[in-house]
Design a protein around this ligand. Structure first.
Ligand SMILES: NC(=O)c1ccc[n+]([C@@H]2O[C@H](COP(=O)([O-])OP(=O)(O)OC[C@H]3O[C@@H](n4cnc5c(N)ncnc54)[C@H](O)[C@@H]3O)[C@@H](O)[C@H]2O)c1
Length: 246
């Protein structure tokens, strides 16, 4: 075995270990993306709490997830036992404190407005256990800015799913300037359990996007975003990196 292959196998082993330690996931926002993310999280065996401010949306989301799981069974793509387990793993709530209780990972999928996302991240930071990773499904906003709105910037990361979430294997893992390597590993591990990507499949993880006119490059292992940072950003850069500039 080559050194590269051995290293990749070790990384995969560490990721499997990390994945096994993750138990509880909150998905924030039950719209198009949130309900899809909740579906794959529940299918991945996570205790999944789907939160939305709108009770009617939560009801629709639950029905749509149950319907999609049944369709998967009917088409022979999802074992009936896995669909049944996913249904029991999934709960909904309109109380953020209930959604955030005891979680290892939150994935935010509220509308694409920076003020709303900052408010959501501040609330999650207050309510979620200190070890929890806070991820955003933002398409184009600065994850560095969201990280800087929390007291755990190193535990904030982008997990950008594609629609329809249960069919698209692609997921972009996007680092903020402050994101730690451990957080990146947790995001990858969670993604694997949700049936997304394979570290050995570079193409499935890579992309280039533009954000506010600046290039955003994703590598085979993760993505780094060089988005503008507001003057109010309180982000702390990890050791060895320069502090974010406004
Ligand atoms: N739709 C896509 O194809 C797509 C793809 C990738 C990423 N995204 C990103 O995913 C995020 C969500 O997009 P979407 O298309 O699912 O939006 P959506 O409008 O379908 O759903 C947003 C949900 O958030 C809820 N919401 C509003 N305020 C909230 C709050 N304070 N707390 C909790 N929930 C709240 C709304 O009730 C709604 O159900 C956006 O950041 C978007 O850019 C979307």
């Amino acid at each position: 075995m080559t050194a590269g292959a051995a290293e990749s196998r070790m990384a995969e082993g560490r990721m499997t270990e990390t994945a096994a330690q993750l138990r509880r996931v909150a998905v924030i926002g039950a719209g198009t993306m949130g309900r899809g993310i909740a579906q794959v999280a529940a299918l991945g065996g996570f205790e999944t709490m789907l939160f939305d401010v709108d009770e009617g949306v939560l009801k629709q989301a639950q029905q749509s997830i149950v319907g999609a799981l049944q369709k998967g069974v009917d088409l022979g793509k999802v074992p009936a036992s896995a669909a049944e387990a996913a249904r029991t793993h999934l709960r909904t709530t309109s109380r953020l404190e209930d959604a955030a209780r005891g979680i290892d990972l939150a994935i935010e999928a509220v509308p694409e407005e920076i003020g709303l996302k900052i408010e959501t991240f501040r609330a999650l930071d207050r309510l979620a256990p200190p070890h929890a990773v806070l991820a955003t499904n933002t398409s184009a906003l600065s994850i560095t800015e969201l990280a800087g709105a929390t007291d755990r910037p190193e535990r904030v990361i982008g997990m950008h799913f594609f629609n329809p979430v249960h069919l698209m294997r692609l997921l972009e893992v996007v680092r903020a300037l402050q994101t730690s390597d451990e957080t990146r590993a947790i995001a990858f591990a969670a993604a694997r359990r949700m049936g997304k990507g394979r570290p050995s499949c570079a193409a499935a993880w890579s992309s280039i996007r533009t954000t506010g006119g600046r290039a955003t490059t994703s590598s085979a292992c993760c993505a780094t975003r060089s988005a503008p940072i507001s003057k109010t950003t309180r982000g702390r850069a990890p050791r060895g990196r320069s502090a974010p500039q406004s």
